[in-house]
Write a protein that binds this ligand. Structure first.
Ligand code: PLP
Length: 460
């Protein structure tokens, strides 16, 4: 079964204006889309956005509950971000990476200052997959070992090592592009591989499984363990109590580099600068992208510990990128730090998550038999939709041909008909709005989801 078809492209009605028609026609004729069978998709044409809303060319409004691909943390057209990019473009639009530049240095400094104890420097990339690619490469040079342990139910990007490390079906058709990757299971109490009866037992068993994996693979061959702090597209899996600290302890015991993939959850999504800060753990390398500047200009990177930085003190790091630390992207990154502080973004995320979303999802779960479980934190939540609460069988996302199937399709269509652009993956309806969303908008979006769940209930 495939697990990557973009349900957001499914069953939608388009307006009729010439502008809307022309945008669609050019897109269908000339644009080759990610993760898609090119003849089977029909993307929504979007003309403009503001905050948590965007509009098609006919003026139809959508509330963005996906932050695009969970990158638009400060919303569409934030004036502070737009201004920073415009000012930088007027002064110095680009400069190569071996030249020193004010915004690049300033952004690296702010990231290091907001990162883990012992963070030393930042290597900038163009996005998240590249960040993971480089983090693994650094760990391999640092340890002199080759293997990388990664979890099932994870996404790390679509370049060679990143897609091989990915633990979901997006990897399957790509084969093994990095022979050093080995997968293991992480905690997932709702669908436990360890038959645990409590989150604490899940932690204990998941850590025992990881340690056995390390021992059977050979501790001296393992360079790194890479994991999403809070798993994103695979279902907003929040780590069980003590799990991340346990992974850290195993890394220390066996001399393994701990890489936290914070591409989706870094920069405020969970109510912390970086999600690991909510779990009292210090990684050795942290990868980020998306929220660092809300994706206004592509940017990602790796935050590097003192020890790993020093590996490349006298010996050259064998890698680099023409656009590493692009000034337009970095200017937007510096502005992101200013805006977070001026607008109290982290406090808002924690407040809206605990005061508005959590109680409302509890209410929806009580009301709708299709909600098997809901979970999350900050402005990052998922509802695991089921056909049957007893068996926990997922609400059917695909038919036998691997195409988006009726039940989840109908949920997506109901959201869109209500004016909400949802974030749907497999059988999960995920909630990840821009962190600047108004409380009234958030409540309205949850009302639309309430109505869409009536449709899901029809299949239970
Ligand atoms: N890592 C995680 C956790 C992600 O969610 C993503 C993208 O969704 C990536 C890595 C890849 O980032 P990019 O698409 O910028 O390469």
């Amino acid at each position: 079964m495939t697990d990557f078809i973009d349900l957001n492209g499914a069953e939608q009605s388009f307006g009729d204006s010439d502008a809307q028609r022309e945008v669609r026609a050019n897109d269908r004729q000339y644009v080759f889309h990610s993760w898609s069978a090119q003849n089977k998709i029909d993307p929504l044409p979007i003309a403009k956005g503001e905050g948590a809303r965007f509009w098609d060319y006919d003026g139809n409004e959508f509330l963005d509950f996906s932050s695009q691909l969970v990158n638009l943390n400060l919303g569409h057209q934030h004036p502070g971000l737009v201004r920073a990019i415009q000012e930088q473009a007027g002064r110095l639009a680009t400069i190569q990476p071996s030249i020193a530049n004010d915004v690049r240095g300033e952004l690296a400094k702010r990231i290091v200052e907001h990162s883990f104890d012992g963070a030393r420097s930042v290597f900038f990339t163009n996005g998240g997959a590249e960040a993971n690619e480089y983090a693994v490469r650094m760990a391999r040079h640092h340890t002199g070992r080759q293997k990388v342990l990664a979890r099932y139910r994870s996404y790390h990007g679509s370049t060679a090592t990143a897609i091989t490390a990915t633990g979901d079906p997006r990897r399957w058709a790509n084969g093994v592009l990095d022979a050093g990757v080995v997968h293991f299971f992480g905690p997932y109490p709702y669908r436990s591989e360890f038959f645990s009866e409590s989150p604490e037992q899940e932690t204990e068993r998941a850590l025992a499984h990881l340690e056995h994996t390390i021992q059977l693979e050979g501790p001296d061959t393992i360079a790194a363990i890479i994991l999403e702090t809070v798993t994103g597209t695979n279902g907003v899996l929040v780590p069980t109590p003590g799990y991340l600290a346990g992974v850290r302890a195993l890394c220390d015991r066996y001399g393994i580099v701990m890489i936290a993939d914070e591409v989706m959850v870094g920069f405020g999504r969970t109510g912390e600068w970086f999600a690991y800060q909510g779990f009292d753990v210090q990684p050795d390398l942290v990868t980020f992208a998306k929220g660092v500047n809300s994706g206004y200009v592509p940017l990602g990177g790796v935050v590097i510990s003192e020890a790993i930085h020093n590996t490349f003190g006298d010996r050259a790091f064998p890698g680099g990128l023409t656009y590493s630390g692009h000034p337009l992207a970095c200017a937007a990154g510096v502005a992101t730090f200013d805006i977070f502080e001026e607008e109290g973004i982290l406090e808002r995320v924690r407040d809206l998550g605990s005061r508005v979303i959590a109680p409302r999802l509890a209410e929806l779960a009580a009301k709708h038999p299709s909600v098997g479980e809901f979970r999350g934190l900050g402005l990052f939540w998922a509802m695991d939709l089921v056909l049957d609460r007893e068996t926990r069988e997922p609400l059917v996302p695909y038919n036998a041909a691997g195409e988006a199937a009726a039940p989840m399709n109908a949920v997506v269509a109901a959201c869109k008909a209500g004016g909400l652009f949802p974030f749907v993956h497999f059988n999960r309806l995920q909630i990840a709005p821009p962190l600047v969303i108004g409380e009234d908008e958030l409540v309205r979006g949850l009302d639309i989801i309430d109505a869409a769940l009536d449709v899901a209930d029809g299949y239970t």
